[in-house]
Ligand binder design. Structure first.
Ligand SMILES: Cc1cc2nc3c(=O)[nH]c(=O)nc-3n(C[C@H](O)[C@H](O)[C@H](O)COP(=O)(O)OP(=O)(O)OC[C@H]3O[C@@H](n4cnc5c(N)ncnc54)[C@H](O)[C@@H]3O)c2cc1C
Length: 379
């Protein structure tokens, strides 16, 4: 193996967790390699609303957010399955930006900072032996002292390693699909709307260039009942909500086909798997109605890197690094992900959604607390 194949840190997956970890590692002078199976820039199924807690961190990572004229979002509008609207305040708020633009900016920054980024390169396995990792790709193998699994919601590696959540039978919290469009629609810049429909919910908010991201989550069963046709499901199920009907009928789609993903699971996951530190959705996923998965992915990467640095400088050993990372991850995100699952439980049924929203609306202090619990603080 030559020098070009040996690294301090190997990162599998170039979403927000992976790219921001790579930038932190390069800034600290570590030889870092990142593998991404796609080629930048590319679109992703995501609501594209980022909680404000990440703004400063992204700027420190080199993303010129202030130059992008992004919509700042402080109002939350939620409708029940028929379309009755309830308004809430978002204490910390957020901003809208497409993953196409954000991930690409981070990728370019990572390259400038000296990260070796292999795109269109899918990792097929990782083997841990004698305090080193061997990372296998179809063309070459690499070694690293640290490996971070940042490969998102569900990957070939989850199946290969037989991770626990892949073995659970499909149920109410582990078999969802996600659908996303970029659209033109006169949606107010400062508001994110979450419209419920039977067994799902759909978010709409503004991103850069006066466009909107429309993204929804629903059960695989809902699609199956619509003859596996997204168009039929949108017409017959989503459009029962009059707010969604209006958006579906009046918006202009900016790309022909929607982006889709399936087999989304909110089951608990492990944060360390065979000595690999798991980050972002690979470590645990918060339900998208909390609008906070991206911040969790980046914050988790920061926590991981603080521990990686202590390990690589000899201040702690590997078991200590793994234990501290797991504990700190649970401390920051354990409660948040649990509350996200509980809140998700109330959405999608016409009765439960309506009762939940009426209660939340009638008790603003209570609803403020719940919203606050699903968000973190700037990091
Ligand atoms: C419907 C829906 C809406 C959402 N809306 C929001 C929202 O509005 N706000 C919010 O904050 N969060 C939202 N989220 C959550 C958010 O998208 C995720 O939490 C976030 O993208 C996680 O980042 P990540 O880096 O962990 O994973 P990802 O961004 O998914 O990146 C993982 C990367 O790994 C790559 N990869 C996978 N396997 C391999 C392999 N073997 N080799 C190499 N590369 C590999 C993938 O191609 C991918 O680029 C939403 C999620 C869903 C499902």
């Amino acid at each position: 193996m030559n020098d070009k194949q040996q690294f301090d840190i190997a990162i599998i997956g170039g979403g927000l967790a992976g790219l921001t970890l790579a930038i932190q590692a390069a800034d600290a002078g570590y030889r870092t390699i990142l593998f991404e199976k796609e080629a930048y820039p590319f679109h992703k199924v995501c609501g594209e609303y980022i909680s404000m807690e990440s703004w400063d961190f992204l700027v420190r990572c080199g993303v010129p957010l202030a130059d992008w004229s992004l919509p700042l979002i402080n109002e939350l509008q939620v409708s029940d399955t028929e379309g009755k609207i309830y308004d809430f305040k978002l204490p910390l708020g957020g901003f809208g930006v497409s993953r196409y633009q954000l991930d690409n900016a981070l990728y370019e920054t990572a390259i400038k900072k000296g990260v070796t980024v292999l795109t269109s390169c899918k990792v097929t396995d990782v083997v841990y032996n004698d305090d080193f990792f061997t990372i296998l790709t179809p063309a070459t193998i690499f070694t690293a002292r640290i490996t971070a699994g940042c490969f998102g919601k569900r990957s070939n590696l989850d199946l290969k390693w037989n991770r626990n959540f892949t073995k659970t039978k499909p149920n109410k919290i582990n078999n969802f699909i996600g659908v996303k469009y970029h659209i033109q629609y006169p949606h107010p810049a400062g508001t994110i709307s979450l419209h419920n429909f039977k067994d799902g919910y759909c978010g709409i908010s503004r991103i850069e260039k006066d466009t909107c991201c429309l993204c929804y989550l629903t059960t695989a069963e809902n699609l199956r009942k619509s003859g596996n046709s997204i168009a039929v499901m949108e017409k017959e199920v989503l459009s029962q909500n009059k707010q969604l009907k209006k958006i579906i009928e009046e918006s202009k789609h900016l790309y022909e086909q929607p982006l889709t993903i399936s087999q989304i699971s909110f089951e608990q996951k492990s944060q360390v798997e065979n000595h690999i530190l798991m980050l972002g959705d690979a470590a645990g996923m918060i339900t998208p109605l909390c609008g906070n998965g991206m911040s969790m992915a980046m914050h988790g990467g920061k926590i991981a890197f603080d521990n990686i640095r202590l390990f690589l400088t000899g201040q702690i050993n590997r078991p200590q690094m793994e234990k501290q990372y797991k504990q700190q991850w649970q401390y920051q995100f354990g409660l948040r992900t649990r509350i996200g699952r509980v809140v998700q439980y109330f959405f999608g049924g016409s009765w439960s959604t309506s009762v939940f929203l009426k209660t939340m609306h009638a008790f603003p202090l209570f609803s403020g607390k719940i919203i606050e619990q699903t968000h973190g603080k700037p990091f």
